[in-house]
Design a protein around this ligand. Structure first.
Ligand code: NCD
Length: 363
């Protein structure tokens, strides 16, 4: 059995096979209409969601399967103090596959370590969001036609935006990818992403302070919302919330082949006038999310049938158990009673990073 907690849990080849399967589903909807008959997906959403939860739900329904779950953990045993580990053991008795979104970083990994069915991370805090990445990749494939040799600008909240982290990880496995980071100082990409992901994979990145200066070079402009719910200081959010706003005027110098992506929801970072521009791909991107989740559910269920044992969580050699504490207060290792786990890291800055959330150890 395998899980999808981080985009790199899938090899580049497996990722492309899922994208290809999604394309086959798009072209042959009736062929897949009953393939999950009798199967149940559990959607465990501890954090608000529209697209992700409903696209998982419609994905399973279009495969002929059923869906159980919750969209507000307040009405569940979580409010009585049940841990993620216990909840997923219980849900494993009812469902064949789990999609979980949680505000604690590393929650999906803890779920994968304890479930008896495949677990899909539908977003863990500001850490990771691998199914949005599959959605983004399918969109890039359909709109641009390639993953190699693209220049992609990420704009907005690159610090807390989990979709940005996961997409950069996935693209860092391709040739000729260039990353342009457009963010205010306080919302810059985390260090581990720059050093362990970009530098290590030879992905060049530049940090700039306006979109206009890079617009003509971009193949993809990936806009993001400033993640209000992750700020501890409301005044800081107010200062940063209007940092970057995409308007038709700013797209004037962009290439005709540019595509604007956004994981949505949008607040004010793209004006509605941009929606009419054929380069605005964000609503097409939403539909791709359903097809790629259909492909993912099918793939994980197939792997679970081939190998039902839960042996899909690996820790690298040299991982330290219960020796260090995580510096990130939103990490599940600081919220629930789980072993602390630190993997070795050689990014020239840290020696170890938390397995759950990739933060450094507490000093
Ligand atoms: C994103 C998320 O939840 O991280 N939304 C989504 O899943 N499509 C982006 C966001 O909330 O800003």
């Amino acid at each position: 059995m395998r899980h999808l907690i981080d985009p790199t849990d899938l090899t580049r080849k497996e990722t492309e096979e899922i994208i290809d399967l999604a394309l086959d589903i798009i072209g042959n909807r009736e062929k897949y209409a009953e393939v999950c008959k009798g199967k149940k997906l559990a959607t465990l959403f501890y954090e608000p969601s529209t697209r992700t939860r409903l696209s998982f739900t419609s994905a399973m329904m279009e495969l002929g399967g059923n869906v159980i779950g919750f969209s507000d953990a307040k009405n569940t045993s979580v409010s009585k103090g049940e841990t993620v580990a216990d909840t997923v053991q219980v849900i494993s008795c009812f469902a064949d596959i789990i999609a979980m979104r949680h505000y604690e970083e590393g929650a999906a990994l803890v779920a994968a370590m304890n479930a008896r069915v495949p677990v899909i991370n539908a977003g863990d805090g500001s850490h990771s969001h691998p199914t949005q990445t599959l959605t983004d990749l399918l969109t890039i494939r359909r709109e641009i036609g390639r993953f190699d040799n693209i220049t992609i600008g990420f704009c907005g909240d690159l610090r807390f935006g989990r979709t940005v982290h996961s997409l950069i990880k996935a693209l860092s496995r391709y040739e000729g990818v260039k990353v342009v980071l457009i963010a205010p100082e306080q919302l810059r990409l985390p260090d581990y992403m720059k050093h362990e992901v970009c530098d290590k994979n030879g992905i060049p990145y530049v940090e700039v302070s306006t979109m206009e200066e890079v617009m003509p070079e971009l193949d993809v402009l990936y806009m993001t919302r400033v993640q209000k719910e992750r700020f501890l200081d409301e005044d800081e959010f107010d200062r940063l919330k209007d940092s970057f706003i995409l308007t038709p005027e700013k797209l004037k110098d962009a290439r005709p082949e540019l595509r604007v992506l956004h994981p949505l929801p949008r607040v004010n970072e793209i004006t509605v006038e941009v929606d009419k521009d054929p380069r605005a791909a964000y609503f097409r991107q939403v539909e791709n999310g359903k097809f790629v989740r259909m492909a993912l559910i099918l793939t994980l269920l197939k792997w679970a049938k081939e190998n039902p044992a839960n042996d899909g969580v690996f820790f690298p050699e040299g991982t330290l158990r219960n020796e260090l504490q995580c510096s990130n207060r939103r990490c599940i290792s600081n919220m629930e009673n789980v072993d602390t786990l630190f993997r070795p890291c050689d990014d020239g800055i840290e020696k170890h990073r938390c397995v759950y959330c990739e933060s450094k150890p507490r000093q």
